[in-house]
Design a protein around this ligand. Structure first.
Ligand SMILES: Nc1ncnc2c1ncn2[C@@H]1O[C@H](COP(=O)(O)OP(=O)(O)OP(=O)(O)O)[C@@H](O)[C@H]1O
Ligand SMILES: [Mg+2]
Length: 453
């Protein structure tokens, strides 16, 4: 079967966040966190809690709820969210945004939020299609002179004998099929699939027997000749998001499959379009042709959101089709943006009421050392023993994030002096060149003092 696999937008966006590339899951065995697993170290309770959330989401028992990951800077809140995404797997949509994007997007705030929420609802569509599948035993393409250019031959129709192990059929096809056969270079001995409704031909590979007799130096897949009838009903399954369906319906005439290669432009979508998509999806679910897969929206730095946004999200969560929302913050008591209320995590109380809160705690020295080791490996960099110790100290005193960020420049400095590994002096130099936040603030304070006195 041809394998059309979309890379969900959310995952490709994630891939840009290179600082977490070492994390491939939550590192759990059942629900129990391993000390080290999937690139995750320590933070055991938070990981177990996150694992429970994953399980509830997968079982569809978490709709309309929210999670808040709260903890000091550099304690792995974003890392945990990525772990959740990886555990959910590719079929479950995961849409990460930073709170500040809501304000900088070119479209209205509510439209941006609606699109984000609808990107996080997957629809698994099953479709039975009638297809011809088999090995090409004979192939003739009839050509005629081009009507305007008699020196050029154009294909007008094709005849073919297509066979499985059990039967064979003779097919005649019109010009559009003949053209595809030529374009894809289909030959006798190929195994192909023809979708008669959509008019698509897909070349799957070459048959074993033919490939054995005529070995070729090519990357074409070698396959056994299919069994059973040539014409059959075959099930195709794909996952689309509500947002993709919205986009398809607002561009009339777009087929579902062409969406997988569609553009990424953002524009506003009419409410009627969304209504008719919801209607369509409901109908397909009713007929058991589709299944809803609620996904996850991850909103990082959520204390930056304003009261209007919170109100919108609160309402959205009450709706029938709503993804799970995971918030993350490193703020304790703070003012809710757009009001003069001070509130826990700068979140309104009615929203806090719906939330399960997961705390992350600062790492021990040992944990910091292990995370740095894993990061160095992920960045394909060698750290000498004393460089690792020194960096661990920085991670403890300044922040883990800062220590991790020093690895790359320290490695450049090491390479500059032809050293294969980062030594302590390289880390020290990187630390001098790139200051951490606290030092940077102190630096500016000193100057302010000078101006004042
Ligand atoms: N338990 C962990 N295991 C492995 N790596 C971790 C762990 N926790 C954090 N890290 C890594 O440490 C770095 C800092 O963590 P992260 O960015 O997730 O912290 P944060 O809590 O989101 O910080 P902030 O509040 O500043 O957003 C990242 O590179 C992250 O991948
Ligand atoms: Mg973070």
């Amino acid at each position: 079967m041809p394998n059309i696999q979309e890379i969900p937008e959310s995952l490709s966006e994630w891939e840009r966040i290179a600082a977490h590339s070492h994390i491939s899951g939550l590192g759990l065995e059942g629900l129990e966190p391993k000390e080290v697993g999937d690139g995750m170290i320590g933070q055991l309770e938070a990981r177990k809690a996150a694992g429970l959330v994953v399980r509830l989401v997968k079982d569809g028992k978490f709709a309309g709820r929210a999670v808040l990951i709260a903890g000091p800077p550099g304690t792995g809140k974003t890392a945990l969210a990525i772990g959740i995404a990886k555990e959910l797997g590719r079929d479950v949509p995961f849409v990460p945004i930073a709170a500040s994007e809501i304000f900088s997007a070119e479209i209205k705030k509510t439209e941006f939020l609606t699109q984000t929420l609808r990107k996080a609802i997957g629809v698994r569509v099953r479709e039975m299609r009638k297809i011809y599948e088999g090995e090409v035993k004979e192939l003739h393409v009839d050509k005629e002179p081009h009507p305007y250019n008699p020196y050029m031959q154009t294909p007008v129709r094709a005849t073919m004998k297509l066979a499985t192990k059990d039967e064979s059929r003779r097919l005649t096809m019109d010009q559009s099929f003949a053209l595809q056969l030529l374009q894809q270079g289909v030959e006798v001995g190929d195994i192909i699939q023809i979708d008669s409704d959509s008019g698509r031909i897909i070349k799957l590979g070459r048959s074993y027997e033919v490939a054995e007799k005529m070995p070729e130096l090519s990357s074409v897949q070698v396959l056994p000749t299919p069994e059973g009838p040539v014409l059959k009903d075959k099930e195709f399954v794909y996952v689309l998001t509500l947002h993709q369906l919205d986009v398809a319906h607002s561009r009339s005439g777009t087929s579902v499959l062409s969406l997988l290669f569609g553009s990424r432009e953002r524009k506003e979508i009419e409410p009627e379009v969304r209504r008719s998509v919801d209607e369509l999806v409901r109908e397909m679910v009713g007929e058991r042709r589709a299944e809803i897969i609620p996904g996850v929206v991850f909103i990082d730095e959520c204390s930056m959101l304003d009261i209007e946004t919170f109100a919108f999200l609160n309402r959205a969560m009450e709706q029938e089709l709503s993804p799970v929302i995971v918030f993350a913050t490193n703020r304790g008591m703070a003012q809710i943006r757009g009001t003069d209320h001070v509130s826990p995590h700068a979140l309104p109380l009615d929203l806090l009421d719906r939330m399960l809160i997961i705390n992350t705690r600062p790492y021990t020295k040992d944990e910091i050392r292990k995370i740095l080791e894993i990061r160095a490996k992920a960045e394909k960099v060698k750290l000498s023993g004393d460089a690792l110790e020194y960096l661990t100290g920085i991670g403890e005193q300044a922040s883990l994030r800062y220590a991790i960020q020093l690895i790359a420049p320290a490695f450049e400095l090491a390479k500059e002096v032809k050293s294969e590994e980062i030594r302590r002096e390289h880390v020290e130099e990187a630390e001098r060149l790139f200051v951490d936040v606290q030092r940077s603030v102190r630096h500016l304070k000193e100057f302010e003092q000078r101006f004042l006195t």
